[in-house]
Design a protein around this ligand. Structure first.
Ligand code: PMP
Length: 285
């Protein structure tokens, strides 16, 4: 059967899955989303993703029309309908269609969309040898402008930084916050290892609270590795023993160079590899 896309409780083929050009999700990026993984036919940390979706929506004053319990069932049903054992889910909720002006209160019928598809991963050799980062000159959204905790449909901030990374030959780019501190990457959270301890920027550095980030922090604690959420600068990455990124798509991927300098010895480190293994075990358990 061809791919089936869910829109407001109904299924459509890819070519017939359409929403209004008056939807504020399209006109203004007014809406929220989640990206999730399917492992062995099951959605990893579905509840955590849905809670984050609800929090993103609450933050922008968007009422999700489907109750959380129902949407849980609907996501699982959509995965089953598409029959993918391994894959990626894009779940989005738009503000709905309104007038051409900004006024969100004139929008009706928010669209709840679930796309289940195959996943495009970073090349395997980047997991073996590590990836290279550049620091983007585009800083992460100021939390007082649009909180990076909101996973909104307006991803231009990250797209502009991603463009800088790609133009420099890097698949990811490091983003700093308005204070010049390390925030995260364009679609991944960042960690370093220093003297056997695991460090990552705190939520109030202006980052998305990654589901993978939280899982990796748990795995590290279980393995007896001390974890610290602390402010860091690029200097901390330059002098780190190891560095890696986390994300639902990326999982745990080593980063071995930043702005032309090696991090540690320029090779994936042992704690990175240990957590990469532990994460791969967790998602399949
Ligand atoms: N930061 C940003 C900006 C993201 O878009 C994402 C998700 N792609 C992440 C971090 C990682 O979050 P998660 O582990 O929940 O996928």
């Amino acid at each position: 059967m061809s791919q089936q896309i869910y829109i407001n409780g109904e299924y459509f083929s890819k070519d017939d899955a359409k929403i209004s050009v008056y939807d504020h999700g399209l006109l203004y990026g007014d809406g929220v989303f989640e990206g999730m993984r399917i492992y062995g036919g099951r959605v990893f940390r579905l509840h955590e993703h849905l809670v984050r979706l609800w929090e993103s929506a609450a933050s922008i004053g968007l009422q999700i029309p489907t109750p959380l319990e129902q949407l849980t069932l609907d996501v699982n049903q959509c995965v089953a309908t598409n029959g993918l054992d391994e894959g990626y889910i894009r779940l989005l909720v738009t503000r709905g269609s309104g007038a051409l002006g900004l006024d969100p209160f004139r929008c009706s019928n928010p669209q709840v969309i679930i796309i289940v598809d195959k996943i495009t991963l970073y090349p395997e050799e980047l997991y073996e040898h590590g990836l290279e980062l550049v620091t983007a000159s585009t800083i992460r959204n100021h939390p007082a402008a649009l909180s990076p905790r909101v996973k909104s449909l307006n991803y231009l901030n990250n797209i502009l930084a991603k463009m800088e990374g790609l133009k420099a030959g890097c698949v990811e780019a490091l983003m700093l916050n308005h204070k010049g501190e390390v925030a995260e990457c364009t679609g991944d959270n960042v960690f370093i290892v220093k003297a056997g301890r695991l460090l990552t920027p705190p939520i109030d550095a202006g980052i998305l609270e990654g589901i993978t980030r939280n899982a990796v922090l748990e795995l590290a604690r279980e393995a007896g590795i001390e974890t610290i959420e602390t402010t860091m600068t690029r200097h901390d990455l330059f002098i780190a023993d190891e560095c890696f990124l986390t994300g639902s798509a990326a999982e745990v991927i080593p980063a071995v160079r930043l702005d032309g300098r090696n991090i540690g010895d320029g090779k994936p480190g042992p704690i990175t590899m240990q957590l990469n293994e532990a994460y791969r075990e967790l998602v399949r358990s």
